[in-house]
Design a protein around this ligand. Structure first.
Ligand code: SAM
Length: 343
């Protein structure tokens, strides 16, 4: 499928368009399934069996895939994990990715624990913006949900990122009823003085281990309503360069920062989904909730040529589902836990 009908590559526009007319321009690359935290909703309590060294894509393999994807129209890349900063020489990969011709946006999702150490070098390597996950502002609760994480290190990491020039800084908060719903206003108030973007993300049922319960689910509309009982919220029109993705953005009056709502469950954005995900073990996923995966690692290691790799990439994009699936009891979840996919 190198050209012609059914091929998702529009060579005149240098763009990837899937069968549902969505432009695919965003690749999330998980570089490890290891993490220095154990967020309870992200990985099973008993831990996960780790990919062995040989199972993980080497940096040159990641680069080969990224290079091809960028040539075909991917212009946004996010590095994720596991925790991306625990993989040795992550800076080297970032530096190489940032130099790919055609990349307009290179970002990272991190828990921030190691940012204090890495922020200046990350910026030098070409990382311009970062999303930091922080599900509680209370040190004890943060320790509880992360199984031992030190919140002060995240704050130190955030300060270091800012001092290094990384901007914007976005905070990802997975909203969980009965856990951090009492902190919604405190998170919102962070944006008053600080030019942060605090994003409330709906808790998704991912991985079969997950302790996701319907009663823990807090829809974005409910979070917004709770903020609005204390403050007016104004739509913010700051989706510069389209880097805010599916977040709906608002501002408190006079605030320096913004509040975002990401609603994959209550208001799914499958119709505008522009993403592909490359797992640390070299599988390409076109839908977070699906078990469908295209094995790029085996292909690479069989010594394939660029045409074969391109064909696989195109096949994957052509089969990207229109929407996530459902079972009788709700969203059809995938087997992999999030830590092995990369959020
Ligand atoms: N270790 C990094 C971090 O903590 O940001 C990157 C990987 S982590 C898997 C990426 C993001 O996925 C985090 O913001 C995390 O909160 C989010 N996440 C994990 N499981 C989730 C779930 N079930 N629903 C919503 N977000 C989830």
């Amino acid at each position: 499928m190198l050209s012609g009908e059914g091929c998702p590559f529009d060579s005149a526009m240098n763009t990837l368009i899937d069968a549902h007319n969505r432009r695919i321009n965003y690749l999330r690359i998980s570089i490890t399934d290891r993490c220095n935290l154990r967020c309870q909703y992200c990985m099973p309590k008993e831990g996960v069996s780790r990919f062995g060294h040989a199972e993980i894509l080497k940096y040159e393999e990641i680069l080969r895939i990224a290079e091809l994807a960028v040539k075909k129209g991917i212009n946004k890349i996010r590095i994720t994990g596991g925790e991306p900063l625990v993989r040795k020489d992550a800076l080297q990969l970032i530096s190489q990715l940032s130099r790919l011709r055609g990349i307009e946006d290179l970002s990272m999702t991190t828990n921030g624990i190691l940012l204090d150490e890495f922020a200046p070098a990350l910026f030098q390597a070409g990382l311009k913006r970062v999303n930091i996950s922080m599900d509680s502002l209370l040190p004890e609760k943060y320790r509880q949900i992360t199984c031992g994480g030190e919140l002060s290190r995240v704050w130190a990491g955030m300060a270091a990122a800012r001092a290094a020039g990384i901007a914007p800084i976005k905070i990802n908060v997975v909203a969980i009823a009965g856990f951090n719903d009492t902190e919604i206003l405190d998170f919102a108030r962070l944006t008053i003085q600080d030019p942060l973007q605090v994003r409330f993300i709906e808790f998704m049922p991912i991985g079969f281990f997950s302790e996701w319960r319907p009663q823990q689910f807090l829809p974005s509309a409910e979070i917004k309503k709770r903020i609005e009982t204390h403050y007016p919220l104004f739509p913010a029109h700051t989706n510069k360069n389209g880097h805010d993705g599916p977040a709906r953005l608002f501002k408190l009056p006079g605030a320096a920062g913004e509040i975002g709502f990401i609603s994959p469950i209550s208001d799914h954005f499958c119709g505008s989904c522009n993403r592909l995900r490359l797992t640390a073990d070299g599988k390409l996923k076109t839908c977070l909730f699906s078990d469908e995966e295209v094995d790029l690692k085996s292909l690479l290691r069989s010594g394939c040529g660029d045409e074969e790799l391109e064909k696989k990439l195109f096949e994957a994009i052509s089969s990207k589902p229109l929407r996530y699936g459902f079972t009788g009891s709700g969203i059809k979840r995938c087997h992999r836990p999030m830590v092995k996919i990369g959020g």
